[in-house]
Design a protein around this ligand. Sequence first.
Ligand code: GLU
Length: 314
Amino acid sequence: MTSSSHPRPGTPVGRFAPSPTGPLHIGSLVAAVGSYAMAKRAGGLWLLRMEDLDTPRVVPGMADDILRTLEVLGFSWDGEIVRQSRRSAAYEAALERLLAAGHVYPCGCSRVEIARAATAPHDGEGELAYPNICRDGLPPGKEPRSYRVKVPAEPITFHDLVMGEKSYNLARICGDFVVRRADGLFAYQLAVVVDDADQGVTQVVRGADLLSSTPRQILLQRLLGCDTPAYAHLPLVTGPGGKLSKRDNAVSLAAGRDLVARGGELLLAALRFLGQEPPSFPAGAPGAEVLAWAAASFDVAKVPTQSSPLYDVR
Ligand code: GLU
């Protein structure tokens, strides 16, 4: 990995990495608050990365909407914003290295073929484990479609600062997983690992929906010779029916939120959701004041592990 843009060694580096597929929502606001507070509490930097890699899902205008929302709420980030859509060369180089080392292979299976051959979903994730059909070479008559990384038979174990000790057997959960998709796009798992390494990220704080992505990312870090950052996966915000609809919970000026007068309250609600006990602030307190409290006082030991509703303010 390149190291020219790395901050001074020893500086903690956190990041927030929204996907501009819609406006910021309550769940991503919680990830923004948690990652910001943990990075700043550690005296570190907080970087912003726009995960606009999955171009078919990117919604025009949303990257700017997210940035404006963060600004109005009082966030400020360190350094330049990294945009994944401009980093294909770095992902390509990582893929080439993995291919040359024999960790990655071309796969000619279609979705339909995989669904037919795959074992039943494991661990309630609803994901099919790829039965590694092309691992030892493309079967006759198949053309390369995607590229997959070979997963080990042994589980990958890590310590999460919120969720504790975690262990995943990738062979059971997903099998050899895709690092470059059949449509030519680089997979999220590869892009995140390359970006976190190139940006010198030392702490990854994000929603627990990405917990099972973490062992995939740790595997890629090991294969590419990158350091593994510290991980903290935050509880998910649930709605009345279990899962929260992103649209109903948009946090955006465009969605009619009064983020100027009520942004502070929203941030306080996010902090309480994360188990913190902020003091009372005067009504209409600016978001930046609430964030300054979080930067000085956030305690990761208080973050709950269970997902729950967030009693929202409008
Ligand atoms: N872009 C991902 C999302 O918005 C987050 C990725 C990450 O934090 O690693 O869900």
